[in-house]
Design a protein around this ligand. Structure first.
Ligand SMILES: [Zn+2]
Length: 141
């Protein structure tokens, strides 16, 4: 997986598609940073597009940023799948997500946290969407 690529894609979402569980990977990175084994610029390297989306469409997270400790953490939901842009559809409202959920296609929603202050970012959750699933996936919380 490459970070900082010019085109924004699922690959820009740290933790997506990796073999390591994204929760473990997140905790590992935070621990490594706190132990001084990773520099801040190694963990705070969100794609500009991700930060823009976080600023404009992100939902405020309840927790503070694990890196800079500021209350600048935002949650952004990207949905990938057939008939959606290759860089995903950034979903900001529950209505929008419900609409995608009503599609017959099998879609995948990636909930990402991104700090608009220090540019820390990580994948938080992966949810199946669409294919007439019960509407249990939500854009926020
Ligand atoms: Zn931060």
């Amino acid at each position: 997986m490459t970070f900082g690529a010019k085109t924004f894609s699922a690959g820009a979402l740290r933790g997506a598609g990796g073999v390591v569980d994204h929760r473990l990977s997140r905790r590992h990175l935070i621990n490594e940073y706190r132990r001084g084994r990773l520099r801040q610029d190694q963990v705070c390297d969100a794609h500009p597009e991700l930060i823009r989306a976080a600023r404009n469409l992100g939902a405020p997270a309840t927790a503070a940023c694990p890196i800079c400790q500021l209350q600048e953490l935002r949650l952004i939901t990207y949905v990938f799948g057939p008939r959606l842009p290759s860089h995903g559809r950034c979903v900001s409202t529950a209505e929008e997500l419900a609409k995608l959920n009503a599609r017959p296609d099998e879609l995948t929603a990636y909930v990402v946290e991104a700090c608009v202050s220090c540019r820390w970012h990580h994948l938080l959750r992966v949810l199946p969407v669409g294919s007439s699933r019960p509407p249990r996936a939500r854009a926020s919380s």
